[in-house]
Structures are given as C-alpha cells and as structure tokens.
Design a protein around this ligand. Sequence first.
Ligand code: PLP
Length: 459
Amino acid sequence: MSVATATAVRTAAATEEPPCAPLPVLGRDVAVPLVTGGSVTYAALDYAASAPALQRVWDDVAAYAPYYGSVHRGAGHLSQLSTELFENARRTVAAFLDCRPDDQLVFTRSTTDSLNLLAAALPAGCEVYVFETEHHAALLPWQSARLTVLDAPRSPRQAVETLERALAGRDPHGPALVCVTGASNVTGELWPVRELAAAAHAHGARIVLDAAQLAPHHPVSVRDLDVDWVAFSGHKLYAPFGSGVLAGRADWLRAAEPYLAGGGASRRVTRDTDGTVAVEWHDSAARHEAGSPNVIGAYSIASACTALTEAGFASLVAREQRLIARVRAGLAEVPQVTVLSLFGDDAPRVGVVSFVVEGWNSSHFAAALSAEYGIGVRDGLFCAHPLLRTLLGTAPATEAECGAPQNPLSALRVSFGAGTPDEHIDRFLTAVRELVTHGARWTYETKDGRCVPVQEDGN
Ligand code: PLP
C-alpha cells in the first residue's frame, strides 16, 4: 500500500456521502462597510487562524451559563453540576479523539499551550524530531531538548523516508519524540501521520500529532493513527472560549513536574518541621491543570465535538472538498496566481489554500479584498517562517509600499470550513479575478507595516 493511500487520514471525498449544507455559525449575517460605498455580509475566509463559533456551541454555552459555578471545589449544587459538566466534557472530547482507555486528556489554553506542556514533560535526555515545515507552535517548544530539524519533504513518502533516515541508528532505548502536523496551516496538505507514527515507533520514538488544522476538518482517531499524543485548539474547532487539548499517554505526564504549580494540581500540601512546604501532586490530568479550570472553554470544545460528530464528518468533508476543488480551479484560471504546495496537486488537503499574486504585495491584496469586497483572508508568513522561505525562495526582503510589486516574501491564505457558504468562495474568486485584471479601485498606504485604505478625509 502506498504512503498516500495508507495515510490514516482518509479524505471523505472518496466516500459517496452527499455534501451537507453549511453549519450555522455566528457572524454569518454581519455586514461590514466597503470603502467604495455601502456594505456587504462579511465573508470570513480565515478559518485556519480562528473559525467562527458554531451557533450550536454558542447556544449550548448560553444554556449552561446560568448554571455556571466553581469547579472541583464547591459543595453547592451548581458547583457540583459544573464539575460534572467539566468531567463529562473531558470524556466527550476523549471519545471524539478515540483515545485509549488509559490515556489522559488535559484541558489547556491552546495547541501552543499543549505542545509547551508536553515539552516541559519530556524525560531527561529526550531527543525531538520536527520538520522545518511545522507551525512555530510545533517547531519552537523543544529548544531545550536534543532537537533535530528535518528538511521539508516534497512528498508524503519522502516525509516518511526522511524521518526513518533521521531515526536510524539512534539508541531505541533512549526517549525520543517526533512532532508532526496532521494538516499544514500553509498548504492545507495532509501529512502521512500513521506512517510517520509507525516509523517513530519502529525506532523507539513516540509521536505527538499537531491536529490544530486537522481536527476541525477530519475525524482524528488516536488509536487508528497510533499517535502517542494529540493537541488541538478550541478556537479553530468552532469553540472560541480559550481552551485547548492535549490527550495521550499518561506516563510522561504523570512523571513530569506539574506544568503550573498551584491549587487543583496538588493532592496534599504540608509544612515540614524545617519550615519548607512538601507537596503531593495529583497523578491524573489535574496535575497539569492547576488553577481554576476554564469550564466554559472545555464545555464549548465538547459541544463542538458533538456538533461535528452529529453533522457527520463524511458529509462535512464532502462539502469542503467541493469548495477546495472550486477554489483551486478558480485560482488556476488566473495566470498571475501561484498556489503554494509541497506535495503537489493530487495531495489530499483541507480547506486551506495559500498563494502569491504576481506583481502584488500580499498585504495590499488582502487589504483590497477586505476593503472593497468584505472578505477576510490572511497575509504574511503564517507563523511558519522556515516553510514559507522554502516555498517562496530566499530572496532578500524589500520594504514594498502598497501597490508596488514585491519579491514574493509573504503570501495570502484563504481558509474555510463547516460554516462557509458557496457565495463566499464565489465572491473571493470574482474579487481575485477583478483585482488582477483591473487593479484595486481604491488607494492604499502603508501604516505600521500594513496596507490600509487611504481615508477620504486624508486621515
Ligand atoms: N499548529 C498549527 C498547524 C496551527 O495552524 C496553529 C495556529 O494557527 C497552531 C499550531 C497554534 O494554535 P494556537 O494559536 O491555537 O495555539
């Protein structure tokens, strides 16, 4: 079986499932002003940064809010109810991730927080392997480990071969961790997670999956992928209430010092006769959840997991794949546009498409999409600087003014998901064609390093 077909993350595009309608999200009716006059419904096409809240998540949170109470400590009715809700959320999310029975699921603030927590829990002498293509959240937390950064592969097969080569010959008894993304926040391409996990395990290493971009688009099964940990963020999964998740093997987490020292993480605290304080830490997930937990954040993630599961990933993916095909086909018709890719046109991907437009400063293009069409996209290097440098080349930076051509030192990214209506994609493609053909209708200037429309009164 080839790497591409064996990848544990199957695209449901291959299923016969009919696409569903967009799921209702907050902000779907928000009108934004246009510099050219009037207003238009906002087209949120920056899901990869933060997705809008699902209406269902918002409703669940609103229904719970009157019953909100202190978690884990209070004897009162609402405290007990909130504690139960918090622990149920943990079970719901563990089921969503298809965790093993003895896995731990820690509620964190975000993917960045989850990976930093794991980095703080690495056993002494641990080696860490990451590809240069990772988001900074997955690239940077390992600075105090014995870090090996692997070159960007040009195919899923090459990714596995590169990792195997790097791991070959290491002492399989020493601790090692591989950190890999499930779906790139730049190209949207899926990584061969199960094969990388098999390669890691064959060489005595463990693997953590950065599912920040994968979990909102595909079912993630810890067991099927055979990853040791998975991390993701609520705000990319339609639950923007400040929580994230780290789930997986309990042993390293139990053996580590608590991520934060404080109440909730400690089982027993005593004052010794010599005046020092002695602590017995919890062995459970609470060990790394010191302080008052974000119960609404945790509950909102559980609500999003339930909503996506009930909507059915197969039909959500079928719909998203249709949108991806439309975006890619539309951009391919514009000769000035180059879509960024590591693995090529046929690679399975999620709804994240990055591109550069010949002769355009990306910030200028993004500003025009917003100001003239009411479309929100992202421009820049997407917190993946080494990957962008590899994809765009290493030409020296020029401080391009708005409207002036630049070396392609930054890119544009359009990203979408379960709440995106077809009209947003159509408007985006029309806008790209019009901007490339006729140019911007407004004048822009650089302010604080960003392109912004010049205000009519000159201010
Ligand atoms: N990993 C990937 C692939 C991402 O795209 C992001 C955010 O864009 C992160 C990690 C970090 O997520 P957060 O900012 O929620 O910690």
